[in-house]
Design a protein around this ligand. Structure first.
Ligand SMILES: Cc1cc2nc3c(=O)[nH]c(=O)nc-3n(C[C@H](O)[C@H](O)[C@H](O)COP(=O)(O)OP(=O)(O)OC[C@H]3O[C@@H](n4cnc5c(N)ncnc54)[C@H](O)[C@@H]3O)c2cc1C
Length: 414
């Protein structure tokens, strides 16, 4: 029997690869192994679900069984892959070993966790999956008995932190955001746009603590089963900031960033840096193994050519992670072609990101990290980034200017 195309991970990258592959090949068996349920959902909707009154069940757009039936995929859900064996083209899982003809790593990323002091540090939540959201939603939804809004402290004023701050505040929850920078999205935006976002979210009721970080999370009352399962029965947690400020809250959400899931690849000897290093056709440093999505680091390596020549694979050549939806769509299409034998290099178009902060809608197309140059305010609500040679490398649109994303994208030099 033909060994299957084996995909690890049922996020957007895993399922989109299966869908694109099936458009080109209806016969080769596909085995998809995933640690979660395999239900298909749009992860970006996790950070604007509350205001739309959507719970975890409403966020599932297609159930796992339906996905696997329509794509002719054999799904092994709730199954963790524990090891890759590139020399024998096989993997080990919690349900046994499986062989593959080609392997796709679509294992996503994990929330970064910083060590915190305090006996309640384990109560800090991160949201990077439907299961994470279900836990967050369950803890948030019982209303407090004293009628006061449930208080949530968010660590991090980046994209995810700001989106949850907007969604929570607009849904009537108390929100405090703590960040070491001095304004939201400081690394992505020109300072003026960043201040506009700060003011817009502030007007919605978000409290900010700039230049500060969370030091410790403690219980205000001794933990018992009631306070853990229903933390809305009083300000259950006391958060101590590095500055010494104390913030009583009901919940702490960490949104300080993600790190590509590279553990399996690293243990199998694949070259990894910030993610699993792939070349332009998404091949890792091992033959027949590919990666895309949040797990991948897209770089200009030439693994297949070097492996064919029998040389030692080169060391990571840089490249970057692209933890967004649009790159996955481009990557999955190119990868499907490669998997059916038409080696195809992925080309990423400029991919502006819509920030889901209705208090101040934004479209952000930042320059590549480290590009020398400067932001210029072109018009109210429009900033353009020019590099040292005066070439346009990025833009930011806010408020009523956001519909101009297509027009501005055309002005950016690749
Ligand atoms: C709250 C939030 C809002 C976002 N909003 C936007 C947005 O507005 N626009 C945008 O472009 N991007 C947004 N993103 C980013 C975007 O959603 C992600 O880039 C994308 O969903 C990543 O998909 P993925 O398939 O690579 O990873 P994931 O969805 O993380 O999937 C990884 C899969 O791998 C499985 N897995 C991992 N390890 C193992 C193992 N050892 N064994 C078996 N299975 C394993 C997991 O169970 C999971 O099924 C947002 C992200 C978040 C968290």
């Amino acid at each position: 029997m033909t060994a299957p195309l084996l995909i690890i991970g049922a996020g957007l990258a895993g399922w989109t690869t299966a869908r694109e592959f099936r458009k080109l090949d209806t016969q080769t068996p596909i085995l998809l192994v995933t640690a979660d349920s395999g239900d298909f959902y749009a992860k970006p909707s996790l950070s604007n679900a509350l205001v739309q009154q959507r719970g975890p069940a409403q966020l599932v757009s297609t159930a796992a069984a339906k996905m696997s039936e329509s794509l002719k995929v054999t799904l092994l859900a709730h199954t963790r892959v524990t090891a890759l064996h590139p020399l024998t083209n096989s993997i080990s899982t919690s349900q046994g070993d499986f062989s593959y003809s080609q392997l796709v790593l679509a294992t996503g990323a994990q929330p970064i966790r910083v060590p915190l002091e305090g006996e309640a540090a384990t109560q800090v939540l991160s949201i990077n999956s439907l299961d994470d959201f279900a836990l967050f939603h369950a803890r948030l939804t019982p209303p407090r008995t004293d009628g006061r809004p449930t208080q949530v402290l968010i660590m991090g004023a980046g994209l995810i932190g700001c989106e949850f701050a907007n969604d929570l505040a607009a849904s009537g929850f108390g929100v405090t955001v703590v960040d070491p920078a001095n304004a939201p999205l400081a690394a992505l935006l020109p300072p003026e746009a960043s201040l506009q976002l700060r003011d817009a979210l502030g007007a919605l009721g978000v409290n900010w603590h700039w230049g500060d970080t969370v030091k410790a999370v403690r219980y205000t009352t001794p933990p018992n089963s009631a306070s853990l399962t229903s933390p809305t029965q009083g300000a259950a947690l006391q958060v101590e900031l590095t500055s010494g400020v104390q913030v009583p809250v009901d919940m702490v959400l960490s949104a300080i960033g993600l790190r590509s899931e590279t553990a399996l690849a690293q243990a199998a000897g694949l070259v990894c840096e910030r993610g699993v290093q792939v070349d332009a056709s998404l091949q890792t440093s091992a033959p027949h193994i590919f990666s895309l999505g949040d797990s991948a680091q897209y770089g200009p390596g030439l693994w297949h050519a070097e492996a064919a020549a029998g040389s030692t694979p080169r060391q990571p050549t840089g490249g970057r992670t692209l933890p967004y939806v649009m790159p996955i769509m481009s990557a999955a299409k190119a990868l499907a072609a490669t998997l059916v034998g038409q080696r195809t290099e992925v080309v990423f178009p400029l991919m502006p990101v819509a920030v889901k902060t209705p208090a101040l809608p934004m479209v952000v197309a930042p320059p590549a990290p480290g590009t020398p140059g400067q932001w210029l305010s072109a018009e109210p609500g429009l900033w353009q980034f020019n590099d040292a040679q005066g070439l346009r490398r990025g833009f930011v649109l806010t408020g009523s200017q956001t519909p101009r994303r297509g027009e501005q994208a055309k002005l950016v030099v690749a």
